[in-house]
Design a protein. Sequence first.
Lengths: 216, 216
Amino acid sequence: MNRIHREQLLQQLNWRYATKQFDAQRKISPEDWSTLEEALVLTPSSFGLQPWKFVVVADQQTREQLVGASWGQRQVADASHLVVLAAKQDLNERDVNAYIQRIAEVRGVASSSLDGMRELMVGSLIQGMDVKARTAWASRQVYIALGNLLNSAALLGIDACPMEGIEPQKYNEILGLTARGLSAVVVCALGYRAATDKYASLNKVRFTKQEVLVNI
Amino acid sequence: MNRIHREQLLQQLNWRYATKQFDAQRKISPEDWSTLEEALVLTPSSFGLQPWKFVVVADQQTREQLVGASWGQRQVADASHLVVLAAKQDLNERDVNAYIQRIAEVRGVASSSLDGMRELMVGSLIQGMDVKARTAWASRQVYIALGNLLNSAALLGIDACPMEGIEPQKYNEILGLTARGLSAVVVCALGYRAATDKYASLNKVRFTKQEVLVNI
């Protein structure tokens, strides 16, 4: 265990902002990018089921196309890296089985010893929810990954812009996500702020602690 | 800007796990807790609207009651701190106005200069969505806060257990959330792992990078 200082955490969270204009020349180093990928993979999820894939779009032509599916927001094409956070559609028993298999593999136990856990997941997520509810559940999980990614990037001094203002259907078409059983939920552009981004110097707006926190 | 080392980020994210058993004697220090509260307040949200409140339940009797609304999971009562992440129900124009007012205050501009932004938010969130869609949107936003909280706690070496397995209606009743225009979405217990928690030493299970990441 190697904890960071309180001040450093708050400094970095205050330093971050939703970057509107990226320096298109400045790229995230392979070491930093690999760390962010690893951080994404480590995102916690309900039951540990990870009902997601993270689509990293490097192809510049595709990224230009995605600008048109993002209300013209240039961050999608200009940032160093672009991640489309996608939820698995209609998660099913096969997904649960794959996860159980993975637990057995990582922990060196028989998958039959996990039958109780398997039944709990199938009962609550597959049998206990219709497709719509299950997909909504998966989408919510994806936002944990977004929170983790934004936090991790800030701590590494990497700028980011989370973007809900996208047309998911167009993203799904352009990236072929539907065929993969996925749907785009939210997007995150990552890289470095341009010196000309006037939003960088604006005061951060949050409600006060007194407004946001309720003590009982 | 004061970035942390890549290794430190990954060390802490690997160190964290969903704590099943907390040391009921060990409390988070006031300085650390205040930092976590500050980190929560700094959570990014769509438009910056922060459609949430974070309910910190200190009263031990109330926490014992909440165990019964959490399928008997003792973390709710035993952890040092308990946060109920709640979404604003039926967010309305008043909320947008309060936010616009807050921007004007923090940035020292006339609120009338923010009319365009105000209209964009009202158009897309209030007029463009029915109550159900808007509440679902707010719930998704809350998961950004959860991701941020889990990440921040891990970096400070504080254990946490995110919990979806709660009965929101019972939480709303016990905590009087409905009267405040809120609904419980997800819960996070925070503190320190008990030496006897056998889950602490299990290998972390994630799908591989190759399975989770799609490169295009």
